[in-house]
Design a protein around this ligand. Structure first.
Ligand code: C2E
Ligand code: MG
Ligand code: MG
Ligand code: MG
Length: 275
């Protein structure tokens, strides 16, 4: 394609624009067919109890299975899925896969909580709660074993509906965690009004617990906040034993990160943690 410059220095059309449009279009088609052709894969990352070291939960993390068998990470498609609302059928597929797996583990005696990421668009969709409840029923799993990870940005959107839905979920025993806590712009007052159970300390704060001189003010503050209002905390992005030890000393409840395990297929969870 050629560049169409219709006025001095003013570019209405460029190869860059064309290629990014085509790329977006390709990604959209790829995502859409991955959902209909069931090429959505969920990996699971262990979350361990900081004091006992026991595996207690896993986070479900979505991937698209590419034609070559490669797994495409969420950074490549979640934003597009949200903009096009494909996040709704995608999110439904993730819930089905995660709860089917939870059922399998339950049957084989592996007791794990399942943490599932939910986008604001998905949570605010009127079919979200009914779909979740239907799927819990379908796979016969305990709501108590399910934790939904939402972001602070969701609290800014439709607080009344969010409060109502969260209360309904909480009544059933489902927990709510605030993902990437501390990276948003929200005001903390929602914590006292909403039925939130867990704060997930963003990995950018955990990364600051460096080896040389631990810069732990933020992590310490969030962990103390969680403990003082009766919430649990999870540190994500734990990559070293030193970070793990420091986080434990700071009374963080749960640890998650490459130090323990990368996200892995379900069978690896089972084989690594035999009962
Ligand atoms: P998140 O929910 O904050 O998930 C944690 C991310 O950090 C995951 O990236 C995980 O692989 C990565 N991670 C875990 N431990 C470490 C570590 O020690 N070091 C580093 N550098 N990274 C670590 P992933 O799987 O690429 O997912 C990225 C984001 O995509 C997630 O961030 C979440 O916001 C979104 N996402 C993933 N799955 C879903 C889903 O099913 N639905 C929705 N709506 N969003 C999802
Ligand atoms: Mg998460
Ligand atoms: Mg997170
Ligand atoms: Mg994060």
């Amino acid at each position: 394609a050629k560049n169409d410059v219709t006025h001095e220095g003013l570019c209405f059309y460029s190869e860059d624009m064309e290629s990014s449009f085509i790329l977006r279009r390709q990604r959209y088609i790829q995502l859409k067919s991955a959902i209909t052709d069931q090429n959505i894969v969920v990996l699971f990352q262990p979350i361990v109890n900081a004091s006992s070291g026991q595996l207690e939960a896993v986070e479900a993390l979505v991937r698209i299975q590419g034609e070559d068998g490669d797994l495409i990470p969420p950074i490549e498609f979640i934003a597009l899925a949200e903009e096009t609302r494909l996040i709704i059928p995608l999110g439904e597929r993730v819930i089905q896969l995660a709860l089917a797996q939870l059922q399998q583990w339950n049957i084989s005696g592996l007791k794990l909580r399942m943490c599932i990421n939910v986008s604001p668009i998905q949570f605010l969709d009127p079919h979200f709660v009914p779909f979740l409840l239907k799927t819990i029923d379908q796979y016969n799993v305990y709501p108590k074993m399910i934790e939904l990870e939402v972001t602070e940005s969701m609290m800014l959107q439709n607080l009344e509906q969010v409060t109502h839905d969260m209360a309904q979920l909480r009544e059933l025993g489902i927990s709510i965690s605030i993902d990437d806590f501390g990276t948003g712009f929200s005001c903390l007052s929602y914590l006292k009004d909403l039925p939130v159970d867990v704060l997930k300390i963003d990995k950018s704060f955990v990364a600051q617990l460096s080896i040389e001189q631990p810069d732990e003010i933020l992590v310490k503050t969030i962990a103390t906040l969680a403990n003082s209002i009766g919430l649990k905390s999870v540190a994500e992005g734990v990559e070293s034993i030193l970070q793990a030890q420091r986080l434990k000393e700071l009374d963080v409840s749960f640890l998650q990160g490459y130090y323990f395990s990368r996200p892995v297929p379900a069978h690896e969870i089972k084989s690594r943690y035999p009962i």
